[in-house]
Structures are given as C-alpha cells and as structure tokens.
Write a protein that binds this ligand. Structure first.
Ligand SMILES: NC(=O)c1ccc[n+]([C@@H]2O[C@H](COP(=O)([O-])OP(=O)(O)OC[C@H]3O[C@@H](n4cnc5c(N)ncnc54)[C@H](OP(=O)(O)O)[C@@H]3O)[C@@H](O)[C@H]2O)c1
Length: 252
C-alpha cells in the first residue's frame, strides 16, 4: 500500500486528509502533538483496514522536527502532507518575538526539513508526491502568517518545476476560510466572515487530492476562492490588505 505521512492529523484539514487518503487505500503515519487524539484516530482508521503509525511531536521544536524527518526516511513514505499549522491572534509588531520564532519554525523550518527528508527517499525511487498546505493568505499582505504561506507557495512551485521530471511532484494547496479548530485556537472571533466565504474540510481535501494526483503546482479549492485568489494578485495591495483583515477580530 502507498504510505502517506500527514502532519497536523488530529483535527481540521489534516484529519480529513488522513480519512480521505485511507479511503483511497493509503496506509498512514499521523503526526501532531496530542498523543491521545492521535491514538484514538489511529484506532478508528485501523478498524477500516489500514496500517496506521503515530508520531507525537511538536513541530515548532528542532527535536520534534528531527523525529518526524527520521520517520519520513525510515518508513520511505510515498506521500508527504505538510499540513500542521496555526496563527497568532495578533499582528507582527504587537506579538511576542519568541512566539513569532516558534511560528517560523512550525510554518517554515518544519515543512522544509520534512521536504528535504522526503526528497532523499523519493528521488532515488523516482516517485513521490508532496502536498504543502498554504493558504489564499499567501496572495495577500497580512503579517508573518501570509509571509510564511507565500514562502511555501513559492518553494513548492519551484520544486514542482525542478523535480517533476524525476517523478516527484509538489503541490501547494491554498484554501480560503475553512471550518476547523484554527480560529478558535488562534483566540479570534471570525464572526465578521460572511457565511458564503466559509468552506468545508471535505470539499477542500477532495479537490486538493485530485490536484495532487495530477501533479499540479497550485491547488486553490472551490471556484469562489479561485476567483478571489486571482483578484488578490492583481488588486491594489492596500485594498487586498483591508479585505484580508477579516477573521482576525480578537475574541471578547
Ligand atoms: N482553517 C482555515 O481557515 C485555514 C485556511 C487556510 C489555510 N489553513 C491552513 O490549514 C492547515 C491546517 O489547519 P486547520 O484549519 O485544519 O487547523 P486546526 O483544526 O487547528 O488543525 C491544526 C493541526 O495542526 C496540529 N498542530 C498545530 N501546532 C502544531 C505543532 N506545533 N506541532 C505539531 N502539530 C501541530 C494540531 O494538532 P495538535 O494540537 O494535536 O498538535 C492540528 O492537528 C494549517 O497549515 C493552516 O495554516 C487553514
């Protein structure tokens, strides 16, 4: 069975990636910090006939990243889903620099180290698929979060050009607003986001896996966010920045 490693598999998009990949016949390595949640999800997926390993690791630490990179190499994975992520509920300048450094490690260093490990096993084999969960925020000026996502979109596009001829494709997925635990964990109240802007984990993951299968460099799930992402790339930066403030009201 092809083996997929999914980071941030205990909730939201990562949990849905685990479920849809299992349904497509993949065995799994699931990564997140919460060992109890990982065990319970693994038990459910094993009941469906899949082999599931878990690695409890904090990807905002170098030790956590090293342990997951070792799993990528040891298990010689076929699919890497760099999904784990979060955001600070304040903008750079009002944030604590230690928290920013931990975010940079989680959002940039972790996916980079895991991609390096994945390339080490995928290139000699001549096959492999890498999916990096970015965001439509990558196309907007919106503090360090959007800068991290822009970094991974840019690197994914280049990697797809560089390594797809060797059989290793890289896709950057750019969702819009998705109903998950993300905003609650960030401590913000997203009630200023209109209902039509919300999407589901099911539709996002279904479209992203279809694009991953085709080896596309960029996957922007749902027609509405394809339009919004295009507008964001060509509209005046100040207007785009004003629009991108939605979903960041500090919760009372
Ligand atoms: N929701 C949205 O509107 C939205 C939009 C665009 C992009 N995204 C991106 O989608 C990805 C998934 O987010 P989500 O919306 O599904 O959020 P979520 O429901 O909060 O899930 C985040 C996942 O990441 C894991 N995680 C967080 N920090 C971690 C750390 N330091 N080390 C290891 N695992 C960690 C969490 O598990 P543990 O707590 O167990 O570690 C959890 O499984 C993120 O990269 C996010 O930036 C989300």
């Amino acid at each position: 069975m092809p083996l997929a490693l999914v980071t941030g598999a205990t909730s939201g998009l990562g949990l849905e990636f685990a479920r849809q990949l299992a349904a497509r016949g993949h065995d799994l390595v699931l990564v997140a910090r919460n060992a109890e949640r990982l065990s319970s999800i693994a038990t459910d997926l094993r009941a469906g006939g899949r082999s599931v390993k878990i690695v409890a690791a904090d990807l905002s630490t170098t030790d956590g990243i090293a342990r997951v990179a070792a799993a990528v190499r040891t298990y010689e994975i076929d699919v890497l889903v760099n999904n784990a992520g979060s955001s600070i509920g304040k903008f750079f300048g009002d944030t604590d620099i230690e928290a920013e450094n931990a975010q940079l490690t989680l959002m940039v260093q972790a996916p980079m180290d895991l991609m390096a490990a994945a390339l080490d096993v995928m290139r000699p084999r001549g096959s492999g698929r890498i999916l990096n969960v970015a965001s439509v925020a990558a196309f907007t000026p919106r503090g360090t979060y959007s800068a991290h996502k822009a970094w991974i979109v840019n690197l994914s596009r280049w990697m797809n050009i560089r390594y797809s001829a060797e059989g290793v494709t890289t896709t950057a997925m750019c969702p819009g607003f998705v109903r998950t635990e993300f905003h609650q964990r960030m401590g913000v109240d997203p009630s200023d986001v209109p209902g039509w802007m919300w999407t589901t984990v099911e539709e996002n993951v279904r479209e992203a896996l279809a694009d991953l299968g085709k080896g596309k460099p960029l996957s922007i799930p749902t027609a509405k966010y394809k339009v919004l992402a295009t507008v964001a790339q060509y509209a005046p930066a100040k207007l785009v920045a004003a629009m991108a403030k939605r979903g960041r009201k500090v919760a009372e």
